[in-house]
Design a protein around this ligand. Structure first.
Ligand SMILES: NC(=O)c1ccc[n+]([C@@H]2O[C@H](COP(=O)([O-])OP(=O)(O)OC[C@H]3O[C@@H](n4cnc5c(N)ncnc54)[C@H](OP(=O)(O)O)[C@@H]3O)[C@@H](O)[C@H]2O)c1
Length: 330
């Protein structure tokens, strides 16, 4: 199967690209070529997806059975993809987000029928609008769309709510004995999924005609509290976590850039019913528990000092929240 990943060298997609090649897909990745992803066996097309002329030239007459767009966020992105791939592919997969599901949730258990509604996070509203445009294209013109909604998914990064994304900042703070922030009282329920598990589900949907016009989430069945997630990371580092619990509303007031991700996603309990992906992809089950995924991520960081990047802006923001919270009780 000829497969095109738009993106393909990102936090989730790198692992899935490797799995696709190992599974025998003929994989092409289209991106700007700015990351040193090691993908032996993949074909590379270099283009900035925001420059349609560049993308058309890169794609030229190449033919693909399936396209997965990892980096579409707005209906304009979908419109561009419809122009590029209408009548050219057998399946188009849009990587959406489980944050699109109703907030606040009316029920703790999320199925694919849970309404999509997120008044708190513009990112999620963009994903919802993308899904709606695609479903219209499916209904009206038979555009072969499949929607896949990851929830918090990780590989060479730490799956956390506060402490930076893709950097080593939180681990560095833990190692130095500095306080870290856990939103709320840390007891809400959450699910994190390893990219290898997510990839197994995603690849199982490719080429499956029954998946056209359908939406899926693909997550682990391991349900944890946020306290457990942070304590697992600290434990894997061999240190004690100095956790400061701070209400999400307070964090959002002091650090508005975190408001969407917290109030529109991680502040609420989220548990996923994965029956649908299991019924479409026989044998699918997430097999990597957090403890193992974290030790893999930390081994990746440990292998090369340049990977252990500390983001000072994240540190400054965490200290600012902690200071403001401390002041409120003085
Ligand atoms: N991780 C999660 O927890 C999570 C949860 C829910 C949803 N998602 C969704 O998952 C997707 C992220 O996937 P990911 O982790 O693989 O992505 P990512 O880490 O954001 O990686 C981005 C990929 O796209 C390429 N890229 C970025 N800008 C580009 C441009 N202008 N033109 C061409 N290529 C470009 C990058 O390569 P270059 O930089 O070399 O171009 C890279 O291959 C997003 O749609 C996100 O909303 C993720």
């Amino acid at each position: 199967m000829r497969l095109l990943f738009i993106g393909g060298t990102g936090f989730i997609s790198t692992a899935v690209s490797r799995m696709a090649i190992a599974d025998g897909f003929e994989l092409t990745v289209l991106n700007r070529g700015s990351r040193s992803a090691d993908l032996p066996g993949a074909h590379h097309l270099i283009a900035d997806i925001r420059r349609p002329g560049e993308v058309r030239a890169a794609l030229a007459n190449a033919e693909f059975d399936v396209v997965v767009d990892w980096i579409a966020y707005t209906p304009e992105d979908i419109e561009r993809d419809l122009d590029l791939f209408r009548g050219r592919v057998k399946q188009y997969v849009f990587i959406s987000s489980a944050s699109a599901y109703q907030k606040p949730p009316a029920h703790y258990l999320i199925t694919e029928s849970t309404p999509l509604h997120n008044p708190y996070w513009e990112y999620s509203r963009g994903k919802i609008a993308c899904e709606q445009r695609l479903m219209r294209a499916y209904r009206d013109d038979g555009f072969p769309a499949t929607i896949v909604r990851p929830s918090l998914t990780y590989d060479t990064n730490l799956p956390i709510a506060i402490g930076g994304w893709g950097c080593y900042t939180l681990a560095d703070r833990l190692n130095r004995g500095l306080p870290i922030i856990v939103h709320g009282d840390g007891s809400s329920l959450w699910v994190v999924t390893h990219a290898d598990d997510f990839g197994r589900g995603l690849l199982g949907l490719l080429g499956n005609e029954r998946a056209l016009g359908e939406a899926f989430h693909i997550t682990s069945d391991e349900v944890l509290t946020w306290n457990q997630i942070y304590l697992t990371i600290a434990d894997a580092l061999g240190v004690e976590a100095k956790i400061v619990h701070v209400p999400s509303d307070f964090i959002a007031r002091v650090a508005p850039d975190l408001a969407g991700s917290l109030l529109g996603d991680k502040a609420w309990s989220a548990v996923f019913d994965n029956s649908k992906i299991k019924s479409f992809v026989p044998g699918f089950e997430a097999t990597i528990p957090l403890r193992e995924g974290i030790s893999r991520a930390l081994a990746w960081f440990a292998a090369d000092e340049s990977r252990r990047r500390v983001d000072q802006a994240v540190n400054v923001e965490m200290d600012r929240i902690l200071e403001a919270y401390g002041r409120a009780f003085r």
